[in-house]
Design a binder for this molecule. Sequence first.
Ligand code: ADP
Ligand code: MG
Length: 239
Amino acid sequence: MIVTKNQIINNARKQGRITLTEIESKQVFEAIGVNTIETRLASSQKEAIALSAQIGFPVVLKIASPDITHKSDAGGVRVGLKSKTEVGKAYREIMASARQKYPTANIEGVSVQRLARPGIEIIMGMFKDSQFGPVLMFGLGGILVEVLKDVSFRIVPLARRDAREMIEEIKGYPLLQGFRGQEPADIPYLEDLLLKISGFVEQTPEIKEIDLNPIFAYKDGAVVVDARIVLEEDASQQG
Ligand code: ADP
Ligand code: MG
């Protein structure tokens, strides 16, 4: 079934939500041609096991709840599950942990995802500045971004030159070039991705915030592993 970004946004609004779930957010990005890791919703342990077998081991299981934004903090992320037994156990543990930490959360189940091949973890994001409007952010993901705040910013809309500069000006840029024989990142691909997000943000003013954290960058291409979209409170206001 092909869903459009508007259908996904309208559905969330109908349910009174402004935060799209990880699955919804990834569907939106898929719909605009951004490569995301295969991710499907399972609403029972049985379904999680069946979907894992379909996707192919190893898989990742994550808590799927519109009320839980930081999934790891809720004990809600398990990567590298190699068998039906491991998936079943992880399902029960994720559910127990989420219910304990968020007793009132509405839990849809878990998302079952293909395990992404390791790459360089980067992040891309968008927020709206009261003065400048939509601003894109680029940086290295994981611990590096949290500790070093190694990020760059540009105002939307971006020109290709802006995208290139954003990538080149972070301190960790040598990592993207393939530090000490490690796999480099596909810089032109990342530029295209920033430009695609810039265009999407321009065309979709009712989006208030985007968080792609992490994206795994490879020597050819990249894949979005976690995604979150927050809408403006009022659809007509449009930031
Ligand atoms: P959180 O809500 O805590 O940000 P994430 O979805 O970002 O949860 O998952 C936490 C971490 O688990 C990611 O930063 C990434 O390193 C790893 N991870 C998540 N999903 C996958 C996946 N499909 N394949 C490989 N690694 C993953
Ligand atoms: Mg994340």
